[in-house]
Write a protein that binds this ligand. Structure first.
Ligand SMILES: Cc1cc2nc3c(=O)[nH]c(=O)nc-3n(C[C@H](O)[C@H](O)[C@H](O)COP(=O)(O)OP(=O)(O)OC[C@H]3O[C@@H](n4cnc5c(N)ncnc54)[C@H](O)[C@@H]3O)c2cc1C
Length: 403
């Protein structure tokens, strides 16, 4: 077992950390308070290759591995969740789905400019009446000659009003439930395709979340990704990729909270000594250490499976559940370590707390991940497909799942 980082992985970590320290963190609190999406920082991420970090070079990407993708997400979210969210939807949910399911012509048209960072992409699955229950979606795509006519709407879509391309899911056969869902690429500017921002939300103020509306949008049949009826499979594959980036980013939140709390606890004095000397404060620091390292180990286990080309739905789900809950807990503890200063916007600790809340909801709520883990353990379903292979470290898994 090798926990060492390669020179390439170490270089990426250093480069992205410097980018965050020099460009993201100095303006993070101001951008958050002003609800400002800083496009210059997205340009900076594109220059570093982060918008195509794990996409092969032949499709315009950086061609790095999944450990690198995890490192990039951790470093970026240590600075600002809004930009890790962009990697999640643009690279994880959208581009990696295109890499797997799109035709060569479609890859050339949409994946290549996305991987180069020339075009931004989002992922439109959720609807007002369909979140966890994807098959309840009401958006329809009716075939008419060489086009599909889309009607319906999506909400809570990250980067909805910014993205040039959207991977959108719609029912081509409503009676067939999840087997009647198909995936399409929609381009900004198509007649009848509009978007709007969600105005008031708890966190990720420096990012973008919005709605997509489809009113008789005529989408050329060549924009269908995969086969008709394959949309649910594509969405679930995309979620395996997106969830991984969410989990990796959550490690960055925990690390930020830990780093800031350790520095503060050494410096802040009460009753004549640094608060770090008190066991109650040490208890909070220790919990952050545990949350960071267990989350990171789960992320790296999933990264290893991805690099090996093995199905990793179970491991990615576990990492996402644990890391996002640990991040929210760490942010809560970091506020406590900082006392009233942790509660103040200008210290930037409460920003981590607000931003760490949404990842417990999106890309599968904690309850959905618990259900997935329990159903796998009980043998009610194999999360990693028919073979049911899981990480070799989880020796108990196959025995329980086969009952
Ligand atoms: C900031 C933000 C960004 C987002 N970005 C995107 C995006 O880019 N693209 C996209 O498509 N979506 C996005 N979403 C939507 C997100 O994926 C959904 O909100 C999520 O899947 C949950 O769906 P829901 O909100 O409809 O809640 P529901 O599914 O209605 O769930 C409500 C509650 O019921 C629980 N519950 C539901 N079903 C079960 C069950 N079977 N067993 C136990 N408990 C259950 C849930 O855990 C939750 O507590 C985003 C959401 C947020 C907040």
């Amino acid at each position: 077992m090798d926990f060492e980082l390669t020179d390439e992985q170490r270089l990426l970590a250093d480069t992205v950390r410097d980018f965050v320290d020099e460009r993201v963190l100095p303006v993070a609190i101001e951008n958050d308070i002003n609800h400002h999406l800083d496009r210059s920082l997205i340009d900076g991420m594109a220059e570093l290759g982060l918008l195509g970090v794990v996409i092969p070079e032949e499709y315009g990407g950086a061609g790095l591995d999944f450990v690198c993708e995890a490192i990039a997400c951790e470093e970026i979210e240590r600075g600002e969740a809004a930009f890790r969210t962009l990697i999640s939807v643009h690279v994880g949910l959208n581009s990696l789905s295109l890499l797997r399911y799109a035709s060569e012509e479609q890859k050339e048209r949409w994946l290549v400019p996305q991987a180069r960072g020339e075009k931004l992409a989002c992922f439109g699955l959720t609807e007002p009446a369909a979140g966890s229950d994807v098959a309840a979606m009401r958006t329809t795509a009716r075939r008419e000659g060489d086009t599909y006519v889309l009607n319906g709407s999506k909400n809570w879509i990250s980067y909805a009003s910014v993205a040039d391309h959207a991977l959108v899911f719609a029912k081509t056969d409503p009676a067939a439930k999840h087997k009647g869902i198909s995936a399409f690429v929609l381009e900004r500017g198509m007649p009848g395709f509009t978007s709007a921002d969600e105005e008031h939300k708890l966190g990720i103020w420096a990012g973008s979340t919005g709605e997509l509306f489809f009113e008789d949008v005529e989408v050329p049949a060549e924009n269908l990704v995969g086969e008709e009826g394959q949309g649910f499979e594509i969405a679930m594959y995309g979620l395996d990729q997106g969830r991984f980036t969410v989990a990796a980013g959550a490690c960055g939140v925990i690390r930020a909270c830990l780093e800031r709390s350790v520095a503060y606890a050494r410096e802040r004095e009460t009753f004549g000594q640094p608060i770090g000397k008190y066991q109650f404060v040490q208890d909070m620091i220790a919990e952050m250490v545990l949350g960071y390292e267990t989350s990171k180990l789960l992320v790296m286990q999933a990264a290893w499976l991805k690099n090996e080309g093995q199905r990793n739905t179970r491991e990615t789900s576990l990492a996402k559940w644990h890391a996002t809950e640990s991040a929210f807990r760490a942010a809560h503890l970091a506020i406590q370590v900082h006392g009233s200063y942790g509660y103040a916007a200008e210290y930037g600790i409460e920003r981590y707390f607000r931003n760490a809340r949404a990842p417990i909801i999106y890309e599968g709520t904690t309850q959905i991940h618990k259900m997935m883990q329990a159903e796998h353990a009980l043998g009610y379903r194999n999360l990693n497909g028919r073979g049911g292979d899981i990480s070799p470290m989880a020796a108990w898994g196959p025995a329980l799942a086969s009952r």
